[in-house]
Design a protein around this ligand. Structure first.
Ligand code: NDP
Length: 403
């Protein structure tokens, strides 16, 4: 039915491309381009051996807008799925506008020289996409992505209002390495070392990074320490759920991860200001990322499960007063790897990227302009997500989190 072009060939892209090939009634013609063509070819080879589907591959630097525009015009896809890095969001959106093609991504734009991510830069493209009759869907991963759709599902089916929301991201996986990140190390460390921020009574409250810690018992994972963090869906949720009195995001980290990160930070290895080394300017964090294990190599060794979901409190739709619901997905690292050759963090991002793309290509989610996940019907998205390896469950809790 539709031709699609995916940009980027890391772990998330690998999962999304495998899953598109498994849904080849929707994704009839799949093209994959990235900075290193060999990585595209490796994904194409794995997809061919697992599904029998052929993928066309290309080399492209997505920051070269004229070259990317030429490639998009040559392929003429219905949709460009951006699974490169947040730095490439704006150039890829520019090329899509120039070539007249719809756009999807999984992470919001972040300038290279400033560890700051927010939707403002991409929301500013609203009129440009609308005028051209094109659609851009932002943040169709798990978090951001499914966590927003989960909130909207609770709002549609269970709660009239959501006054309190906690998003809990637990990775109970063990990759057997002293220190490694489960997605792009540079982006991951920029996110984790940024100050924490949560939404409280109409304003942002900022606290130093990794200072507020709580314990939580995660289903099928066990008790874990989780830390208050800022995460990009808090920005779109506070916009699309104006009744929110409090919204927080928590992520689990093991003691070893925190110990290594603290040392790396203390010695300056996580900095993003260039330093001169042997006459050459280098960015310490980029150098660190180059020596850390590549996330796409962790699939073979990672054991355990992820558990990511939302706890929401508000007035019940059935008039029974204040209620709290917990909606979450559990994903097994080894199962994810057996199916696509990638661990669960790439899997839980790549599957919703495929589902978001399917929503756009089938017209179940449609519009002109720039959209967030909260703006569409959660039902068809969650139905397809559940049928494609990420089933979810809903529980009623006695009340909101006590901390
Ligand atoms: P990886 O680093 O594994 O892959 C990124 C890919 O993008 C690499 O193949 C890289 O090429 C390619 N790339 C980088 N720069 C360019 C460029 N200028 N032109 C073309 N290609 C380029 O990242 P992940 O797969 O882990 O993550 C992909 C995206 O998913 C990121 O934006 C990340 O933030 C997002 N993400 C979202 C999550 C969510 O739940 N919403 C969770 C996890 C990740 P090369 O191989 O040459 O370096």
């Amino acid at each position: 039915m539709s031709k699609v072009l995916i940009i980027g060939a890391g772990g998330v892209s690998s999962v999304a491309v495998h899953k598109m090939a498994m849904n080849n009634a929707i994704f009839t013609d799949i093209h994959l381009a990235s900075r290193t063509k060999a990585k595209c070819d490796a994904i194409a080879q794995s997809v061919k051996s697992r599904t029998g589907v052929d993928i066309s591959t290309y080399e492209i630097d997505a920051e070269e807008v004229p070259a990317l525009t030429r490639l998009i015009k040559q392929i003429q896809p219905k949709l460009v799925v951006n699974l490169a890095l947040p730095y490439q969001d704006l150039p890829i959106m520019d090329a899509c506008l120039e070539a007249g093609v719809n756009y999807l991504d999984t992470a919001n734009y972040e300038p290279k020289d400033e560890a700051k991510f927010e939707y403002s830069w991409q929301w500013a493209y609203q009129e440009k996409f609308r005028e051209k009759g094109l659609m851009a869907l932002l943040g169709s991963g798990f978090d951001p992505g499914v966590t927003s759709v989960f909130a909207m599902w609770l709002k549609k089916h269970k709660l009239e209002t959501i006054r309190q929301l906690d998003i809990l991201d637990c990775n109970g996986g063990d990759h057997g390495q002293a220190f490694a990140t489960n997605f792009n190390p540079e982006i991951n460390i920029r996110e984790v070392t940024a100050p924490a921020r949560h939404w409280a009574n109409g304003e942002w409250v900022e606290t130093p990074a990794l200072t507020i810690r709580q314990q939580f018992e995660f289903d099928e994972v066990g008790q874990k320490n989780m830390y208050l963090m800022y995460h990009e869906e808090l920005e779109s949720l506070s916009k699309f759920l104006p009744e929110l009195e409090r919204a927080r995001f928590w992520m689990t980290f093991g003691d070893e991860y925190i110990k290594h990160l603290t040392v790396l930070q203390n010695v300056g290895m996580t900095g993003i200001e260039p330093i001169t080394y042997q006459g050459k300017d280098i960015i310490p964090l980029q150098f660190l990322a180059a020596v850390l294990p590549k996330p796409e190599t962790l699939g073979e060794t990672t054991k355990g499960k992820t558990n990511i979901g939302d706890i929401a409190t508000g007035d019940a739709r059935d008039g029974s007063g204040e209620k709290t619901f917990y909606i979450y997905n559990i994903c097994d690292h080894e199962d994810a790897n057996a199916e696509t050759g990638n661990q669960a963090v790439s899997y839980t991002t790549g599957v919703p990227a495929m589902v978001g793309a399917a929503m756009m290509l089938t017209g179940k989610w449609a519009g002109e302009g720039v959209f967030n996940m909260e703006q569409f019907d959660p039902d068809p998205f969650l139905e397809m997500l559940g049928n494609n390896g990420l089933p979810w469950q809903v529980k009623e809790l006695a009340g909101p989190l006590e901390f």
